[in-house]
Design a protein around this ligand. Sequence first.
Ligand code: PSU
Ligand code: MN
Length: 305
Amino acid sequence: MHPYVEYSEEVKEAKRKGMAIVALESTIISHGMPYPQNVKTAREVEDIIRSKGAVPATIAILNGRIKIGLSQEELEYLGQATDVIKASRRDIPYILATGKDGATTVAATMICAELADIPVFVTGGIGGVHRNAEVTMDISADLEELAVTNVAVVCAGAKSILDIDLTLEYLETKGVPVLGYRTDSLPAFYTRSSPYSVNYKVETAEETAGILKAKWELGLKGGVVVANPIPEADAMDEQEMDHIIETALKEADSEGIKGKEATPFLLGKVKELTDGRSLTANIALVKHNAQIGAEIAVRYAELVR
Ligand code: PSU
Ligand code: MN
């Protein structure tokens, strides 16, 4: 028990019973999707995890307290509040000390999940090396976190607002395994594949759990990326997305968008330029990740029991 950390009743009980728990982030709720779809999706994702025999722990900072598991009211609040800080590693101390609210990114959620001893975390997409990073130096803190924090991140790969090639190079340097869930190619979020290969293809939750166990039993610090492609039926057209992302990147550039605003701005633009179809795809892929992530969490809990 940590003085800054508070558990929901559901997560407390899951811990008592030794059940598998799956961490979920909250930036996707407050900065990644509009209300009310954000709250509805967050609830449905939690239910998918429950239906697979695991317990969801949506993580956020409320009134300066790290919450591991949110109540319905807290989720609803987070989905509508407009002054929630997008919280990555560097933002956590300020938010805790001032008693503010923070929506945790992949990096911050990994930190909190590790504090709460939750080894598996489900999200949509991870941050990465941005295009033109050789000039802007915009590299998501998510990658540094994957290098040092022992949490597996189930996602739909990296979206092509990023430089996928450089993101993979960075992860390689940091020693982070990138596993393709039933795929050889790194998924590109809205589309099932990219021109880039994952390190290893895994076929089952058991196999994935075994890799996590081997990594951490050996004391190899850091996370694992489990990249699970968007379901076929929900995937978007690759050429259309390339074009839209180019447009969004140009707009971000001409408006001088940078720093922590870059990713939310680009996500919002893509949604606008696809008339909301990117949001539908985003919701579908997160749900699919929840299903696979819960299976992995259950298998991992069995393996290390
Ligand atoms: N990618 C998405 N949706 C998101 C994010 C990324 O498709 O909501 C969020 C995640 O919380 C991720 C963060 O950790 O954006 C990365 O932000 P930045 O690029 O500023 O590190
Ligand atoms: Mn950035």
